[in-house]
Design a protein around this ligand. Structure first.
Ligand code: XMP
Length: 513
């Protein structure tokens, strides 16, 4: 049984960040709802428990509280922010509202360096606060071990029972030594050895896939995106030719996408690849459609039809593999004000209906995206494929405003190729979240040589983001923008004007449709 840390989620926007920080310490972490019963936790037998922050106040009527028996399991516990207040409330301390909400950077002064959370740390360091309540009376057996200007009980400890509370957030980058504090907890206090690596995960996953699948066949829809590519490589490592991948060319892909997939998977990995050419079928169904939601629906439904057809051609199989990731399956805590609970419904396009008659194989479902990338590299996938920007399921269609036609696809594909080329050449590509071209349905007057033109406009969308939920536009150097613009207007027939999208998300979204 491998070491693990369990995080109970009280609705903080940072819960997943805590989980990632622990994984960065090479220790497996999982997130469960705040009210997970102690029996279930005992079964999981984690090496440590973290109580996340959250937007509530512990004395609110409907305040989320854990099963109080979690403190009797003899497992070390750390409460972060709201988690500290939970400890205070359940174990008999007192929490009061701060006169002034403490928000932003602060300085933490360690008053008892014997607390093992501070091993090898200096006596004073910067932390990030975000709380409106504070602990004013200790529960039995607890002492303060660090203070901030406004709070004498910024870190509390019950040394005998190995229960700790931090009023600040160690998981965010604004607490520069937060990673060391987390490492001190998981390694020093909980005794985890740190053997959660993608190299080890391959062996574990291969064994699990073989056990699940036996001698049966598996199919997988390969899009060329990071997740399905890594899933394909991993499953192929486990069961070889029992896996058949289906690649659907919907005519809405970036330039050379289909070639690259055939080269990497068909030739390099030599896996069974069924190539389904469906460009005409998709574009036919999209004829005359301009409404973004309708486009998405048509593409989603058409994909299902085409994919189902292709599965019949590939032959009977019992299993369907999917590149589902951990953030897709974590149950968000339905607490008001929890941004993580927002559902991005339109992102389900490209998914398959639940009633398809397959058992699912989801070998990435306990991994975060950065782990999937690391795994892909371990499996020998090319860097370029692993570090490419996200690309929406409905493809270029949601970047062509107005009707999607073969001609417009061609224009956008050519412009997009230039954007990617120049971003890579200037070394900006890997520094940003996404960079792409959008084809606007407006035409304007221009002049080329002696001729008047009346052509389309391309908008450049280049954004930075952590997870796509919020985003900011990137301030690219003028020289890079200049090269992109002049190349597009001179090389892409049908375009005579290039604009830069300088909107953040919110209020805009990243994609235009
Ligand atoms: P928005 O436009 O909502 O996009 O700000 C946020 C992120 O999600 C990607 N996106 C999609 N990904 N299927 C996907 O797999 C989709 O239908 C889809 N729509 C948007 C988008 O590229 C951005 O990274």
């Amino acid at each position: 049984m491998k070491d693990s840390i369990l995080i109970l989620d009280f609705g903080s926007q940072y819960t997943q960040v805590i989980a990632r920080r622990i994984r960065e310490c090479r220790v497996y972490s999982q997130i469960l709802a705040f009210d997970t019963p102690a029996e279930r936790i005992r079964e999981i037998n984690p090496s440590g428990i973290i109580l996340s922050g959250g937007p509530s106040s512990v004395y609110q009527d409907d305040a989320p509280l854990p099963d109080s028996r979690i403190f009797d399991l003899s497992i070390p516990v750390v409460g972060i922010c709201y988690g500290l207040q939970v400890i205070g409330r359940i174990l008999g301390g007192k929490i009061e509202s701060c006169d002034q909400r403490e928000y932003g950077k602060g300085t933490l002064r360690v008053t008892d360096s014997k607390c093992r959370l501070f091993d090898a740390l200096s006596a004073e360091f910067q932390v990030w606060n975000s709380h409106g309540d504070k602990l004013t009376e200790f529960p039995d057996g607890f002492n303060s071990v660090a203070e901030t200007e406004n709070s004498p009980n910024a870190v509390i400890e019950n040394r005998d029972r190995q229960i700790f509370g931090l009023q600040f957030h160690p998981e965010v980058v604004h607490t520069p030594c937060g990673k060391e504090i987390i490492s001190n907890f998981v390694h020093g206090i909980c005794g985890c050895i740190g053997d959660w690596t993608m190299e080890n995960y391959i062996d574990e996953a291969v064994a699990a896939i073989r056990k699940q699948v036996g001698n049966e066949k598996i199919i997988l829809g390969l899009s060329g995106g990071v997740d399905s590519s890594v899933a394909a490589a991993l499953i192929h490592r486990a069961v070889g030719d029992q896996l058949a991948c289906i690649f659907v060319n919907n005519g809405l892909l970036r330039a050379r996408e289909d070639e690259v997939v055939r080269e990497v998977f068909g030739k390099h990995f030599a896996l069974k690849l069924h190539y389904e050419e469906a460009t005409a079928f998709f574009l036919d169904r999209l004829q005359g459609v301009v409404d973004p939601e309708e486009k998405r629906k048509i593409i989603g439904n058409t994909f299902i039809t085409v994919f189902e057809n292709a599965t019949r051609k590939v032959g009977q199989s019992k299993f369907l593999a999917q590149g589902t990731l951990y953030p897709d399956i974590i149950e968000s805590v339905p607490i008001a004000g929890n941004p993580a609970a927002m559902i991005k419904s339109h992102h389900n396009v490209g998914g398959l209906p639940e009633n398809m008659d397959f058992e699912l194989v989801e070998p990435l479902k306990c991994l975060f995206k950065d782990e999937v990338r690391e795994l892909g590299l371990e499996l020998g996938l090319p860097e370029e494929m692993i570090h490419r920007h996200p690309f929406p399921g409905p493809g270029l269609a949601v970047r062509i405003l107005g009707e999607v036609t073969p001609g417009r696809c061609e224009i956008l594909r050519n412009a997009d190729t230039i954007v990617i080329e120049e971003m890579k050449k200037s070394k900006w590509y890997y520094k940003v979240w996404q960079s792409f071209a959008v084809l606007l349905p407006v035409r304007s007057v221009g002049v080329m040589g002696d001729e008047r033109t009346y052509d389309y406009t391309i908008a450049l969308r280049i954004v930075e983001s952590q997870d796509g939920m919020t985003a900011d536009w990137v301030k690219l150097p003028y020289e890079v923008l200049e090269t992109i613009s002049s190349r597009i207007t001179s090389e892409v027939q049908g375009v005579n004007r290039v604009c830069l999208d300088i909107s953040s998300k919110p209020p805009a979204t990243i994609e235009w449709e």
